[in-house]
Write a protein that binds this ligand. Sequence first.
Ligand code: FAD
Length: 387
Amino acid sequence: MDFTVSDEQREIRAAVADLCAHYPDAYWRGLDKRGEYPDAFVQALTEAGWLGALIPEEYGGAGLGISDAAIVLEEINHSGGNATTAHAQMYIMGTLLRHGSDEQKQRYLPAIASGKLRLQAFGVTEPNSGSDTTRLETKAERRGDHYLINGQKVFISRAQHTDMMLLLARTADYDEAHKTRGLSVFLVDLKGAVSSGQLTIRPLDMMINHHTTQLFIQGLEVPVENLIGEEGAGFGYILNGMNAERILVASEALGDGRWFVERAARYSGDRVVFGRPIGANQGIQFPIAQAHARLEAADLLRFKAAWLFDQNRECGAEANMAKLLASQASWEAANACMDAHGGYGFAAEFDVERKFRETRLLMTAPISNNLVLTYVGQHVLGMPRSY
Ligand SMILES: Cc1cc2nc3c(=O)[nH]c(=O)nc-3n(C[C@H](O)[C@H](O)[C@H](O)COP(=O)(O)OP(=O)(O)OC[C@H]3O[C@@H](n4cnc5c(N)ncnc54)[C@H](O)[C@@H]3O)c2cc1C
């Protein structure tokens, strides 16, 4: 067994850290306060090639593996930033890469890699279906050379900051015997859809600065050539991308967790109360040390999942468990950091409360930890299906 980090991975981490140093806490704090999108940061990330990390070199991307992409996102969150503002492009693109036609790949991937085109929105969740994706109701009906789409989506992030959206819609009625059939994936020109009045975006007021919206789709016409893969097979395509998503989200949680532990250790070493640093008290020190240990354990599982993924081996169990453990470890670190900061943890200028809110999301979205546990129970342990 070899746990050595390669020179290349060390260089990736250092390069991303250098880039992030230009976007310090005050940058993210200001965006959070004003509810703004990190346009400058996303632009810089794209220009440096990091958002195209997983796009193969033949399409103008960096052709890196998921282990490398994981380091990129981890380091962004470790720096105090928030990679969820831009991460979707990395894993949504995989659906296009694996299931798109040659023509679609030639048309979109180089433009995404160069930053000419943003593919940052993923339209799955609906008000009536929630976690039960197979129950989604947005309908796409074939009408000659296009599909006519009607429906509603909720919690769709970055819809106002992207050119394209990957949309999951129903092309056949729900069939209890074949629940996962009848769903299809479309590439939607979101800006065009909005300007033609066929789609309305309504921002949602959320706990974090996540640019999350509700979509009302009214007679949206999507050309047949924008269907990805086969009609009706879309659920499987989305599932294929889930392992990448889980590994990347786990990495963001690990980055957050390391930020919390470092801040907590530093602050509790400096802050003197009752004549000694608060970090000398076990009530402050142990939770920070415990969170660090849990992060290290989750990190190993994350890299195991990433390694399996990069070897094209089955990694569903590891990817899911890495997301579960990393998000829990980060939440534990967030609470230890909050406790160590006392009242200052609640002051925006310390950034702890912002990161605290941001990392909490990773236990709920893009998939809630309960649903991860149902996966482990059913698919890893062979227990009865609970949903
Ligand atoms: C900030 C934010 C950004 C998001 N961005 C996107 C996006 O870009 N695109 C997108 O498509 N979606 C997005 N989502 C949606 C997110 O993926 C869903 O919120 C999440 O999958 C849960 O769905 P729900 O909110 O409808 O919860 P529900 O499905 O209503 O579940 C509520 C609770 O019940 C639990 N539960 C449900 N069924 C079971 C069961 N069988 N066993 C145990 N527990 C169960 C769930 O785990 C959860 O804790 C986002 C959400 C948030 C908050």
